[in-house]
Design a protein around this ligand. Structure first.
Ligand code: C2O
Ligand code: CU
Length: 505
């Protein structure tokens, strides 16, 4: 097993910087990888719902779980088998549905043939459980020395199983967990290592939001398939031309929702709550319904409920962002078919899934004008400002993506940040970069010097930054001291080193 390369695109030295991969679509910073397998007919398979993970046991204030990372062969395209790497052998993995303030302790068992790292995205997590990219979990039976190699000092390496502790000391929100292994996050997430982690609390319980069968996760992920049904993904062996081509990011031509291609969901003529997660490596979506006057009513963002609902005609969702959205199907007659579109693309990738309004039904849900106690924090004066520049670049032998001119170096803390103090961070881009900060959510203060954008409301942990744009955010870290990360969540950019470490002190 070779661990010493920039995994996704192999030897970084072989890369040359090509022109922007904007030919795929003007809204995408990525290159399209097409399927060799025939694309299935849309809107035939029912939307699958990932199972809710059951605890092994519960104790005072703690729930204990065990997840086995294993390969599985799934029928994603009709008549073909796809080998995946899955939490419990599932794609997406099981959904954790937990209470704010109750700790989740997860024993992760690695039965794969590659090292893994689990990160809880959006989690207010102690550093030891945050999934530092070198804190590898080696496959069962493999020894620690396999993890060490030149030029990379080890993290806390374990073999077989490792226990992650999530305090869940944070408000209700849709978090997600996914692989975070240094240099290999993109291929490992692509092959299936991602799932939802929902936190609930009393403030949310007090509302009468759509619930039960009317609260539905929509986990978006695009993929490309080889003729035999296996996932296509560029590899170092494909040669330097290919590696250079895909450094912009990989997008596929099949849209999966909860692991099924262009699925269909039968709904009552009632309100539904959709927990939308973009788990794609690099694809952005602009979601819209094809039958007006439909609106997407946003009730929450990455960091939980908004103060008040926001109406959108279309909703741009960048990789790793979550949107909590209500769709009111009472406006449609039974028998109506409503398609969820992706307006950033046309053709097959311009469609996401379909809703079939089946019947009239009672609905006692209610979307109040005031959803939560959330209110924007006024920007205090005299704060520390830090700038993070996200650019394509060279640094010595590294050719790829950089932050403040440097590729990721686990030994170098690019910032030391005091706990409990607000800071203003500004993110500056060359091309599109969805920027993510670990440990604490932030509020968007300004976009391009003006007001925040239409999708920036609430507490965010990932913000979509357009080409040559500056976004300023207000951030404050609390409780946990240690090493944390800021990085681009275009996973190919992340693996090509667009990541930086900072220390909280
Ligand atoms: Cu969703 Cu550092 O990751
Ligand atoms: Cu990026």
């Amino acid at each position: 097993m070779k661990l010493s390369r920039r995994g996704f695109l192999g030897a970084a030295g072989a890369l040359t910087l090509t022109s922007c991969g904007l030919d795929a679509s003007p809204g995408q910073t990525a290159e399209l990888l097409t399927s060799e397998a025939p694309l299935p007919e849309a809107f035939k398979v029912p939307l699958p719902i990932p199972p809710v993970k059951k605890p092994l046991r519960t104790a005072a204030g703690v729930d204990y779980y065990r997840v086995v990372q294993q390969k599985a062969s799934l029928e994603i395209l009709p008549g073909l088998k796809t080998e995946i790497l899955g939490y419990d052998g599932l794609l997406p993995g099981p959904t954790f549905d937990v209470r704010s303030g109750r700790a989740t302790v997860v024993e992760q068992v690695n039965q794969l043939d590659v090292p893994t790292v689990v990160h809880l995205h959006g989690g207010h997590t102690p550093a030891a459980s945050d999934g530092w990219p070198l804190d590898l979990l080696m496959p069962n039976g493999e020894h620690h020395e396999h993890a060490g190699h030149s030029g990379m000092t080890g993290g806390d390496v374990k073999s077989g199983s490792r226990t992650y502790t999530y305090p869940n000391q944070q408000r209700a929100a849709a978090l997600w967990y996914h692989d975070h292994r240094m240099d290999y996050t993109a291929p490992q997430v692509y092959r299936g290592l991602f799932g939802l982690h929902l936190i609930r609390d009393a403030e949310e319980d007090a509302l009468s939001l759509p619930a039960g069968d009317r609260e539905v996760p929509l986990i978006l992920a695009d993929r490309a398939f080889a003729a035999d049904g296996s996932f296509r993904y560029p590899a170092a062996d494909d040669g330097p031309g290919v590696t250079a081509k895909y450094m912009e990011g990989v997008i596929g031509d099949v849209i999966l929702v909860n692991g099924a291609p262009w699925p269909v969901l039968e709904v009552d003529a009632a309100r539904y709550r959709f927990r939308i997660l973009n788990a794609s490596n690099a694809r952005r979506y602009e979601l819209a319904l094809d039958k007006g006057p439909a609106r997407l009513t946003q009730i929450g963002s990455d960091g939980g409920l908004l103060g008040a609902p926001l109406e959108h005609k279309t909703l741009v969702v960048a990789p790793a962002e979550r949107f909590d959205v209500v769709i009111d199907f009472t406006q449609y007659e039974p028998g109506t078919e409503v398609t969820l579109l992706n307006k950033l693309d046309s053709g097959r990738t311009g469609q996401v899934m379909r809703f079939k309004v089946a019947r009239k039904a009672p609905d006692d849900s209610f979307i109040p004008a005031r959803l939560s106690a959330y209110a924007a924090v006024p920007e205090p004066s005299g704060l520390v400002h830090r700038q993070w520049r996200f650019r394509r670049g060279n640094a010595g032998t590294h050719q790829g993506w950089t932050i403040n001119g440097r590729p990721f170096d686990p030994e170098n803390m690019q910032a030391t940040v005091k706990l409990d103090q607000y800071e203003v961070w500004s993110f500056v881009t060359d091309v599109h970069h969805p920027v993510h900060v670990h440990l604490a959510p932030f509020q968007v203060l300004r976009r391009g010097g003006g007001k925040p954008g239409p999708y920036d409301a609430g507490w965010k942990d990932t913000v979509d930054i357009r080409p040559a744009e500056v976004v300023e955010v207000l951030v404050r870290f609390t409780a946990h001291r240690g090493k944390y990360l800021i990085h681009c969540h275009n996973l190919e950019h992340e693996d090509m080193a667009m990541m930086a470490a900072f220390a909280t002190v």
